[in-house]
Structures are given as structure tokens and as C-alpha cells.
Design a protein around this ligand. Structure first.
Ligand SMILES: NC(=O)c1ccc[n+]([C@@H]2O[C@H](COP(=O)([O-])OP(=O)(O)OC[C@H]3O[C@@H](n4cnc5c(N)ncnc54)[C@H](O)[C@@H]3O)[C@@H](O)[C@H]2O)c1
Ligand SMILES: [Zn+2]
Length: 375
């Protein structure tokens, strides 16, 4: 399936063996240009509906003109549109076009678009096939793989959702060429996460090729994206419904989600909050003795090298702590905290005390308890 692009890195294929059936992740520089034939090769129903958003379509729509003769369903861009109302727009378009079960949804966009289109695919006619064409780094290495789909509710993020595995994922790292640097970096924190939880070589490779990655050079970028897809696929396979090993993917996410929540999802890109979360978790791991300080310093150095994170000095550590207690990872009243056990391995702790967490959160720069007022 190698697209004919001179000097393109060799394509790779990763298979995800899910209970609903196996599917392929086709990873190739320039793969987007052959999407129609890739969908055919995967035996996906020939009536196809492209779902994308206005930004992505303006930049890359021309590549996908031969995918469907129906008009693309274009959604407004942004996390604030990730809600049931927007899902309704997809149902409307599908129903108006009399789309039946022999329909494929082709989701072309970042994680927001993929989650919305995925939820529509999971529920329209109780489920129709979907193929994901992720266009952000975060979506390529994370959200397009594994079948978690859903939307936000006014009272909480991702409150409404389903598991609906795709039938095909087409990953074209060349699409990342237009991604704003901050979005790219946000995805890169998740890449670093994979390194810490599962692969020292990946971690080292990111550290060694950072400028080339930011320059979106085909060779290093394709290698890193492919390795992340392998790790995600492997974890998903072992634990499709997130009851065991998949939880390792939450490394950095307990504090990360809390930071996003206390700033009402406005200050941080998700990956940036995870960047802080990984620093806090590794601080905690060092105090517990599961991680060497050398490894903590290597992670901190890499995160610093990646560029500036939004400030957190004004955020109250107590409020951040309070927000962690509302995390979805609280199981039977206990927070399941993923801690690094070196670079490339994790362990889970269910007995992290408030004091430990407070220490970790202030160590990354959040404001501690105010000093007692002098009388
Ligand atoms: N389902 C899962 O397993 C899973 C996992 C992680 C995150 N998520 C979800 O993913 C969402 C975040 O996804 P995201 O970080 O991709 O953000 P996003 O989808 O909002 O994309 C970021 C921005 O980049 C634009 N964009 C997309 N592709 C582009 C390209 N190639 N060039 C230029 N601009 C482009 C988008 O239109 C958007 O403005 C969150 O809603 C989160 O909950 C889901
Ligand atoms: Zn994440």
C-alpha cells in the first residue's frame, strides 16, 4: 500500500485484535492520498460519509475528494462543540441521505472530531462501521485507536460515550505538517507518556530527535508515531474495556485532569496538563522509592526541552487535590494512581495519601497553603 512518494519512510501496519474483530492501523507518509483504495482494501461498505471539520477540510479536503460522492458532513471546530447537539447533526445528515447499515463513516480530524463521529457511528442504527483518519498527533497516537468514543455534558467531560472499535485507522504523519506548534507539542507529551510507561528506547529517541520532530521530518516522525501506535494497540488488546493494563495509559492523567478541571478546560491543552501530571507522578514515585531520581530528572529535562508549559503558580494545590477526588479513576473510593517504576515501566498505588499528593502538586509549582497571617 506504499504511496508513491519519493524518499518516504517505509510504511508500517499494526493489527489490533479486538473482541469485535481485528482491524488494521495503516501508517504511511502520504497515505491520506490513497484513502479510497485503503477503505476498499479493508472491505468497508461502499456508501461512505466523510465527517470532518471546517479547519481540517480547508487544509486537507482536496486529498479526500474521491472518498465519497456524498457531501462531507462538516462540523464546527472545537471542544465546545463536542456535545450531543453536534452528534445530532451527523444523525440528521445520515437519516436525510437514508444511510443504512451498509454505510461507512470516515472520520477525518483531531481527537474531538473522532470522538464525536465515533459516538455517532456507535449509535446510528445501533452501530455502523467507522474508519478513522486522525489528523493531530494526539489523535494519531492515542484517540483514534482503541474504540473509546463520546462527547461532553455540561456537567462533565466525556460523560456520554460508548466503546466502538473502528474497522480501519489510516495514519498519515504528513498531515501533521499543518498542525500548529502548540497542538503538536501537546500530542508530544502523550508520546513521552508512552515512552515512560512502556519503552525506554522510544523515550530516548524522542529526546534525541526533538528538533527534527518539531520540524515534522518524515523519518523520525513516522518512526515515533508508529511506535506509539504499537504500544497503544498492544495495551488496548490486552484490556479492551480498561479494567487492568490499560490503566497505565493514565500515567500523568490524575493530576493532569485535575489541572484541566480547576482551570475549566481553558488554560491547558490536554497534553500540557498531562506534562505537569507526569512531573507530579514522578516526584511522588521518587519519594516512594519506585523511581530513581536520575530517571525523574531525565523526564523533567525532556519536558523542559520541549518548551514552555502554561503557568500554574496561581493555582491552589488544595483545589487541585480536591479535583483529583472527582476523577473517574476513583474506584470504590480509592484513587488508582499510576506511578513510573523506571522509564519504560509502571506500577499502581491505591494508597497515595493527601500529604504525598500535596507535596507532589506543590513540587510542580502549584500554590501551597497560604502562610498564616501575622497578627
Ligand atoms: N477517545 C479516546 O481514547 C481519546 C483519547 C485522548 C483524547 N481524546 C479526546 O481528544 C480530544 C482532543 O483531541 P486533539 O488534541 O486532537 O484536539 P482537536 O481535535 O480539538 O484538534 C486541535 C485543533 O487542531 C485542528 N487540526 C486538526 N488537524 C489539523 C491539521 N492537520 N492541521 C492543522 N490543524 C488541525 C483542529 O481542527 C483543532 O482546532 C479531547 O476531546 C479528548 O477528550 C479521546
Ligand atoms: Zn491523554
Amino acid at each position: 500500500m506504499s504511496p508513491d512518494i519519493p524518499n518516504a519512510p517505509p510504511p508500517s501496519e499494526v493489527t489490533v485484535r479486538a473482541s469485535s474483530g481485528s482491524y488494521r492501523i495503516d501508517i504511511a507518509w502520504g497515505a491520506a492520498g490513497s484513502l479510497a483504495s485503503l477503505l476498499d482494501a479493508a472491505d468497508l461498505p461502499a456508501r461512505r460519509f466523510v465527517v470532518s471539520n471546517s479547519v481540517v477540510w480547508r487544509l486537507h479536503g482536496a486529498l479526500f475528494e474521491d472518498v465519497s460522492s456524498d457531501e462531507p458532513i462538516l462540523l464546527p471546530d472545537g471542544e465546545r462543540f463536542k456535545n450531543v447537539g453536534t452528534v445530532g447533526r451527523i444523525y440528521d445528515a445520515l437519516a436525510r441521505a437514508s444511510a443504512d447499515r451498509a454505510t461507512t463513516i470516515v472520520a477525518i480530524g483531531g481527537g474531538v472530531l473522532g470522538d464525536i463521529a465515533g459516538f455517532a457511528a456507535a449509535t446510528y442504527l445501533r452501530g455502523v462501521p467507522i474508519a478513522h483518519v486522525p489528523t493531530t498527533l494526539l489523535a494519531q497516537v492515542d484517540s483514534a485507536i482503541g474504540g473509546k468514543v463520546g462527547v461532553n455534558h455540561a456537567l462533565g467531560k466525556n460523560l456520554i460515550g460508548a466503546f466502538h472499535q473502528p474497522r480501519l485507522v489510516v495514519v498519515d504523519p504528513a498531515l501533521l505538517g499543518t498542525l500548529p506548534r502548540r497542538e503538536f507539542r501537546a500530542g508530544l507529551y502523550e508520546v513521552v507518556k508512552y515512552g515512560v510507561i512502556a519503552s525506554r528506547p522510544l523515550f530516548d529517541r524522542v529526546a534525541a530527535t526533538l528538533p527534527a520532530l518539531f520540524a515534522r521530518e518524515p523519518e523520525p516522525l513516522s518512526a515515533v508515531v508508529t511506535e506509539c501506535c504499537r504500544i497503544k494497540a498492544d495495551v488496548v488488546e490486552r484490556d479492551e474495556r480498561e479494567t487492568g493494563p490499560r490503566r497505565a495509559l493514565n500515567f500523568g492523567h490524575t493530576v493532569g485532569h485535575a489541572l484541566e478541571a480547576v482551570t475549566k478546560y481553558r488554560r491547558f491543552r490536554h497534553g500540557e496538563a498531562v506534562g505537569y501530571g507526569m512531573l507530579a507522578a514522578s516526584e511522588l514515585a521518587v519519594s516512594r522509592g519506585t523511581l530513581d531520581d536520575t530517571d525523574r530528572r531525565a523526564l523533567a529535562a525532556l519536558i523542559t526541552k520541549m518548551g514552555p508549559l502554561p503557568p500554574i503558580g496561581d493555582l491552589s494545590a488544595a483545589e487541585i487535590l480536591e479535583a483529583t477526588t472527582r476523577d473517574k479513576k476513583v474506584i470504590a473510593g480509592r484513587l488508582h494512581f499510576v506511578l513510573p517504576a523506571g522509564i519504560g515501566a509502571t506500577t499502581t498505588a491505591t494508597d497515595v495519601s493527601q500529604e504525598e499528593l500535596l507535596h507532589a502538586v506543590t513540587s510542580i509549582g502549584a500554590r501551597g497553603a497560604p502562610a498564616p497571617q501575622a497578627s
